[in-house]
Every structure is written in C-alpha cells, then in structure tokens.
Design a protein around this ligand. Structure first.
Ligand code: ADP
Ligand code: MG
Length: 246
C-alpha cells in the first residue's frame, strides 16, 4: 500500500474527512509553492475546520425545518411601514439571541412576517446558532404527542436545546385550553434560556380570546414581552400588491 493510501485510510478511520478530501490538493500545493512543513500542517487543519463548519451548517439548516428559503436581500422594506432595513440590519449582530431576547412580528397577512423570520433564522444559522422553525399548529401537535411518539419528543428536545425557536402563524387556528397550557409550559421553559420569534396576525388584546384563558395568556405574554423587540407591521399585502402590478 502506498503511503498516500495508508494516510487516507487512517484519516478516514479517525473521521478526519476534511483532511482526507483535501490531502491530494494540499500536497500538490505544498510542492509547487514550496510551503513550509508548519504551513502545510496548517493548511490541512484549516481544511478540516472548514469541512466541519460546513457540515454543521448543513445539519443545522436541515434541522431547522424552514418551509421555504427566504433571505433579507430579496426583502423590499419600502413596501411596509413601521420597520426599516436598518432595524433589521441591527438585529444581525444577534446580540438579542445572546441575551435571550425575543422578536415579535404582528400584522395582517402578506406583510412578510414569515419571510423576515425565516431570513433572520437563516442568518442566525450562518452565524453559528441553532434554530428551529415550527408553525404553532405543528408545535402544538408535537407537544401533545411527545409522550407517545418518539419523533415528537425528539423534535421537542431539539427545540429545547436550540438558541432560537421561530413560532409562525399564531392566531390562524384556535387553541383550546389544554393546548394553550402545553404552549404556556414551553414558553416558560424557554424564558430567559433561549430566544423566540413569534409571528401573529392577532394583536395581544386578542390572544386571550384565542387561547380561552385570560390569566394564563397574560402570564405567557408577560414572559414573551419581558425582553422583546415588537414590530407591528402595517401596509398592503405583498401577495395582493404583486397581483395588482401584473
Ligand atoms: P406573512 O407571513 O406576513 O403573511 P409572508 O412572509 O408569507 O407574509 O409573505 C407573503 C409572500 O410575499 C412571500 O412570498 C414573501 O416572500 C413575499 N413578501 C412579503 N413581503 C415582502 C417584501 N416586503 N419584500 C419582498 N417579498 C415580500
Ligand atoms: Mg406568515
């Protein structure tokens, strides 16, 4: 067996796939550019670090369960009132995640609440944070079945461990008392431990009606709003505006 094949075998058994993949290139580069031994080693280590970072990014992206990919570059801030590109840019330092603060996007359908949440979630993943996305209806289903279904408890565990949970579409479907209680417990567990982004088409004043329990809703909003950036979007639905422009 050649030394090269031996090295590849050992690298693979040590799970150093980044180095294994780049060994050939790095040797060629070292030969043509007369790179020192130390820099050769450094190049190999950099390829392993890059490989692992890329794999972690892909794993976090897949684990986030984004329904579609949206980015901030394609978001037109002129279309909506009460939120500026600068405000969203400032959020990209992710100090709010480090400090376990929440973001709340309120407003009627079609104003880009889901778009902004996904785009910020993606940027957070790129910055190294773990993110989970769920519609409230799915989240409640997971909470209701976590005792009896492994896939649900697995997902809830991931949600509990992530640095950011995005809960989309609160307000579209009614929530009964038992469900609201499960949701309240989740929010309490996450409080001051991780960040939450919430999108809702219903204002705070309508939340108790939606959840059927005023005291619990107040307690939940108290936790959500304690450290929160609230954005109440106004404007015309992007979906409708787009149709009218055609
Ligand atoms: P909401 O969650 O507020 O109902 P969405 O985020 O689902 O709205 O937006 C509806 C559609 O319009 C999506 O395809 C989204 O990408 C697009 N959209 C909404 N607002 C904007 C905007 N300001 N700039 C670009 N695309 C937008
Ligand atoms: Mg939406």
């Amino acid at each position: 067996m050649s030394s090269f094949d031996y090295c590849i075998g050992v690298l693979e058994s040590l799970k150093l796939k980044g180095i294994a993949t780049n060994l050939d290139n790095t040797i060629n580069k070292a030969t043509t550019e007369k790179i020192s031994h130390l820099d050769f080693l450094k190049d190999l280590l950099v390829s392993e670090v890059n490989f692992r970072n890329e794999r972690r990014l892909q794993r976090n992206l897949a684990g986030a369960h984004f329904p579609v990919v949206k980015n901030l570059e394609s978001f037109d801030f002129y279309r909506i009132l009460r939120i500026s590109g600068e405000q969203i840019n400032n959020l990209q330092d992710f100090r709010w995640i480090d400090q376990h603060e929440n973001l709340m996007f309120f407003g009627p359908p079609g104003l880009g609440k889901t778009h902004l949440s996904i785009a910020l979630g993606l940027k957070a993943i790129e910055a190294g944070y773990s993110v989970c996305f769920e519609r409230i209806s799915t989240l409640i289903k997971l909470l209701k079945t976590m005792e009896i279904q492994r896939s649900s408890s697995f997902r809830i565990n991931r949600i509990m461990k992530s640095s950011l949970l995005i809960i989309d579409e609160i307000g579209y479907t009614p929530i009964d008392r038992k469900e609201a209680n499960l949701f309240f417990n989740l929010i309490s567990e996450l409080y001051e431990r991780s960040s939450v982004i919430i999108t809702s088409n219903k204002g705070f004043d309508q939340w108790s009606e939606m959840m059927g329990d005023e005291i619990m809703t107040t307690a939940m909003l108290d936790r959500l709003l304690h450290h929160a950036h609230v954005f109440s979007l106004e404007g015309d639905s992007y979906r409708i505006q787009e149709k009218m422009e055609v």
